[in-house]
Design a protein around this ligand. Structure first.
Ligand SMILES: CC(C)(COP(=O)(O)OP(=O)(O)OC[C@H]1O[C@@H](n2cnc3c(N)ncnc32)[C@H](O)[C@@H]1OP(=O)(O)O)[C@@H](O)C(=O)NCCC(=O)NCCS
Length: 187
């Protein structure tokens, strides 16, 4: 017989994750979560399976990992499944080698009505020299879904100056994205 699975949010934090903060309610009664409630870290050894024709790791594989961790963070925050609406432009600053350890760290930067901007920072570590390189960062918009339609998400509680600064920059990116979407719809 299969044992019932515990809800992810009920655990005090998985391996590599910061201790998970408890969900909260705002003065108006709306559900709200701090950034630490959903943030996640994922570490992977780069193996030859993901090599491109130049002998380094495929950028597409790194984007897949970024999409996966964004799904984890967004769905934790939303408390329901999410889909990827968009990836902002991604620059790869340095190649990743087979044998490197890649660490992705992701958190919610901004919450709209049904969408969330997830910031993902990717670092590669040379296991021998222990040199750590920031290889790329991406901003991914995830939308919470209920029966196929966008669904409202809890508010985001900002607890540190760094979180407030990230939130402000993410708000600016959202305005740019919305302008572009509007232009695409009308143009
Ligand atoms: C993303 C999706 C759910 C949006 O649905 P929609 O009916 O266009 O919804 P809306 O226009 O009401 O937008 C809903 C939210 O998504 C945001 N959004 C929609 N498209 C977006 C895009 N391309 N980039 C950024 N944000 C986007 C809107 O700003 C809005 O945010 P808000 O509620 O926080 O203000 C829909 O386009 C979809 O299902 N796309 C396919 C997703 C997918 O298959 N992803 C890959 C596999 S997971």
């Amino acid at each position: 017989m299969r044992r019932p699975r515990k809800a992810a949010a009920a655990r005090p934090g998985g391996p590599g994750d910061a201790a998970r903060a408890a969900p909260r309610t705002t003065a108006g009664g709306a559900s709200a979560h701090p950034v630490s409630y959903s943030e996640a870290t994922m570490t992977q050894l780069m193996v030859p399976q993901w090599v491109n024709l130049h002998g380094t790791v495929h950028g597409g594989y790194i984007l897949m990992l970024a999409d996966q961790i964004a799904y984890v963070v967004a769905s934790r925050h939303a408390g329901r499944p999410t889909v990827t609406a968009s990836f902002d432009e991604v620059d790869f600053r340095s190649p990743i080698e087979v044998g490197d350890i890649v660490t992705l760290h992701a958190r919610v930067n901004y919450v709209g009505r049904t969408s969330m901007e997830i910031g993902v920072r990717v670092e590669a570590e040379d296991l021998v020299t222990r040199e750590v390189r920031h290889t790329n960062s991406c901003y991914i918009t995830m939308v919470a879904i209920d029966e196929g339609r966008p669904a409202r998400v809890p508010q985001l509680l900002l607890e540190t100056d760094e979180e407030r600064a990230r939130h402000e920059r993410a708000g600016e990116r959202r305005r740019v994205r919305e302008e572009r979407r509007g232009a695409r719809r009308t143009g």
